[in-house]
Write a protein that binds this ligand. Structure first.
Ligand SMILES: *Cc1c(COP(=O)(O)O)cnc(C)c1O
Length: 370
């Protein structure tokens, strides 16, 4: 039986990658901010339309070290409908996540509910651009200004997204991207932080290299989160093709929307106004009452036919075993309900139209089973 995975990593032609890494056999410079690292940093600044950008070995360390670089204290307001990384990064910095609900339209933080969660201990807001949907950045900026809070966006899903003609990484005090193999743009593993104040760059640079300032001066309790030259070379190659990949993703998106439009009880994600999207994911939301079959039953039915989907995000981060008894999901009912309805369908640049049709046919037929 044919298998359709939920994602498939974009890769350049092997020859293109080999010619990119050939120089490394001459220089023997494999990591520690070499030539490939510098090139990728420069190219990404341009592509993402941002002034400042630091590379990291992965997206999680970008978030974790950005929070550390800002020397935050106390509480950070975030939402639990996200990947483990956003909440873990807060907790691993000794900070307390305060969970705000999401909105039903784009699944990002409900900005109408942020202010009631602010206390004298609040130091920052960490919103997530879920599925590449843009948070209400204007409202968030207003709130942050009013209360003197820092804003760090988890932009792991939002590579290449623009809002009102501006790169999404240019909003807030910082935005963290992931270049993991499963993301729209990958460096195998990798990540970056874009930031407003140039001085933060020195902090981030030091923190990803053990806090070492120079040979004899260690100024921070840093980590090791440097992007190596092979990762950076992969990024240099993949960046050449990312616009084409996004165009191909758009075709997949349009085909899904067309096919699923008339299936009762299946809701899809809509492209927002003023946004240049990246079509990172294709989530559907299953209304069991209308569709007739539960999300979990549909997941199993698709799997039976070789189609691998993901309950992304389920469970909420506040429901994780490691946080049992610490946080509750009762105060975020929309997030809870959404996590119980969501299924992300296969989505990647090279997914064929035939495969999209095949997936949709299973979804259509499953509703007829009852
Ligand atoms: C992928 C992802 C991360 C972490 O990125 P890695 O590069 O895998 O460390 C963080 N937040 C969200 C929402 C993600 O999807």
């Amino acid at each position: 039986m044919k298998k359709i995975m939920v994602t498939r990593s974009s890769m350049p032609d092997m020859d293109e990658y080999i010619s990119e890494i050939r120089e490394l056999w001459e220089s023997h410079w494999l990591t520690n901010m070499g030539e490939k690292h510098k090139t990728l940093q420069r190219n990404l600044r341009e592509y993402l339309c941002v002034d400042n950008l630091e590379l990291f070995t992965n997206g999680h360390m970008a978030i974790e070290l950005t929070l550390q670089a800002m020397k935050l204290k106390g509480e950070v307001i975030t939402s639990p409908f996200t990947f483990a990384s956003s909440t873990h990064a807060i907790v691993r910095n000794g900070l307390v996540p305060v969970f705000c609900d999401i909105n039903e339209n784009d699944y990002t933080i409900d900005t109408g509910k942020i202010e009631s969660l602010i206390t004298e201990k609040t130091s920052a807001i960490l919103p997530i651009h879920v599925y590449g949907n843009v948070c209400d950045v204007e409202k968030i900026e207003k709130i942050a200004e009013k209360y003197g809070l820092k804003v760090i966006y988890d932009a792991a899903h939002a590579f290449g997204v623009q809002y009102k003609g501006r790169g999404i990484g240019a909003f807030g005090d910082a935005s963290c991207f992931s270049f993991h193999a499963t993301k729209v743009f990958n460096t195998i593993e990798g990540g970056a932080t874009c930031f407003r104040v140039p001085e933060l760059g020195t902090e981030l640079y030091n923190l990803k290299n053990f806090g070492i300032k120079d040979e004899e001066t260690v100024v921070e309790v840093g980590a090791n989160a440097k992007m190596n030259e092979f990762q950076a070379a992969m990024g240099v190659c993949n960046l050449r093709h990312v616009e084409m990949d996004i165009l191909k993703r758009r075709e997949v998106y349009n085909r899904y929307v067309r096919n699923l439009r008339n299936i009762k009880g299946i809701k899809t994600n809509t492209v927002q106004e003023d946004v240049k999207p990246n079509y990172a994911y294709f989530p559907i939301f299953v209304d069991e009452k209308e569709y007739g079959v539960s999300r979990d039953a549909l997941f199993a039915e698709l799997k039976k036919h070789g189609v691998y989907t993901r309950k992304y995000f389920y469970p909420l981060t506040s429901q994780f075993d490691c946080y049992q008894g610490t946080y509750s999901c009762e105060s975020t009912p929309i997030a809870k309900k959404t996590s119980e309805m969501v299924l992300t369908l296969p989505m990647y640049a090279d997914l064929s139209m035939e495969d999209v049709d095949y997936v949709c046919e299973i979804i259509y037929n499953a509703s007829l089973l009852i």
